[in-house]
Design a binder for this molecule. Structure first.
Ligand code: IPM
Ligand code: MG
Length: 360
């Protein structure tokens, strides 16, 4: 097969981790007889430096013309980078939100798996980590607080800021359907997370999710409050299969879910619209502190590329091969600094990419 991939390397560690994912994709192409054509475009800080804006219409067009988008991470150090002297709508993150919205990527899938090889890097107590866990966070990505009306103004001489959390039933329904669909292919359990004891948007969320659940009688649905879920994630993560939640809660819970896997450098993600088209990126940030040092963990990006093979290209065998190569590298005791433990071999970012590519 011939596939066109728009590539946004991004900022800080972005180019380093994406280069490794491309290395692995090239190996997949060679092994399985495919051609991957890369169309490199700019977004985030890298785009600001060249075009003065974090995302151009041209970049959006390039992404739309591709079969999928592979992305690194965007943004820099918010206290020192000149990008953060710009007004909010011109900063790197504005580009990320705009591309999600422009491509209609409402469903963000973030799998969080504790590999047994990494249980030593898991910050949880051993009686908890030894049970392992394998969950998938389905985060709504184009609504809620991130896209509601916002403003800062002086009201009676007092500076006042407003952000709006708005959802309509259709936005909730389409992401809920995605969650139930994916649960059918997993352990058939959905935990829908909200704050229905306080928020109207959450009460509507619960109502719509209950309606959708009627079409999936095989799936067990439970509702949980976001604060309690944050607690349960560290107390008993093995209980979760698919966790469905709105944009902001999903942002916060997915960082927590990633840390208990050992490192945020292990968390992949896929952002999908109604079709097979998707944008694939690691869930972690751009890690300005280690940028350019060849130290970053490329595994989340490589896992994201595997999700691209699986979901956008229907290449199941190829995706399996990438995931197996990662497991093999971990089995062989290979680690980047963030997941390093005693007796293992510490590799740089590019060495880890080589090691995984070699094992395909
Ligand atoms: C993420 C990130 C983004 C988000 C930031 C960079 C805007 O934290 O993808 O989780 O909040 O969605
Ligand atoms: Mg986040």
């Amino acid at each position: 097969m011939n596939k066109k991939i728009a590539v946004i390397k991004g900022d800080c560690i972005g180019p380093e981790i994406v280069t490794e994912a491309m290395k692995v994709l090239d190996k997949v192409a060679e092994k399985f007889g495919h051609t991957f054509e890369y169309d490199e475009v700019l977004m985030g800080g890298a785009s600001i430096d060249v075009y003065g804006v974090p995302l151009t219409d041209e970049t959006i067009e390039h992404c739309k013309a591709a079969d999928a988008v592979l992305m690194g991470s965007i943004g820099g150090d918010t206290t020192t980078s000149p990008w953060y002297k710009l007004p909010p709508e011109k900063r790197p993150e504005a580009g990320l939100l705009k591309i999600r919205k422009s491509l209609g990527l409402f469903a963000n899938l973030r799998p969080s798996v504790l590999y047994p090889q990494l249980s030593g890097a898991c910050p949880l107590r051993e009686d908890i980590s030894s049970k392992g866990f394998d969950m998938l966070i389905m985060r709504e990505l184009t609504g809620g607080l991130y896209f509601g009306e916002r403003k800062t103004e002086e009201v009676d001489g007092v500076l006042t800021a407003v952000d709006t959390l708005k959802y309509d039933e259709n936005e909730i329904r389409r992401v809920a359907i995605k969650a139930f669909e994916v649960a059918m292919k997993r352990r058939k359990k959905v935990t829908s997370v909200d704050k229905a004891n306080v928020l109207d948007s959450s009460r509507l969320w619960r109502k719509v999710v209950d309606e959708v659940a009627k079409d999936y009688p095989e799936v067990t649905l439970e509702h949980a409050l976001v604060d309690s879920t944050a607690m349960q994630l560290v107390k008993d993560p093995a209980q979760f299969d698919v966790m469905l939640t709105e944009n902001m809660f999903g942002d916060i819970l997915s960082d927590e879910a990633s840390m208990i896997t050992g490192s945020i450098g292990m968390l992949a993600s896929a952002s999908m619209n109604e079709t097979k088209f998707g944008l694939y990126e690691p869930s972690g940030g751009s890690a300005p502190d280690i940028a350019g040092q060849n130290k970053a963990n490329p595994i989340a990006t490589i896992l994201s590329a595997a999700m691209m093979l699986r979901f956008s290209f229907d290449m199941q065998q190829e995706a399996d091969a990438v995931e197996a190569a990662i497991v093999k590298a971990l089995d062989d005791g290979l680690r980047t600094g963030d997941i390093m433990s005693e007796g293992c071999t510490m590799l740089s970012c590019s060495e880890m990419g080589d090691a995984i590519a070699e094992r395909i």
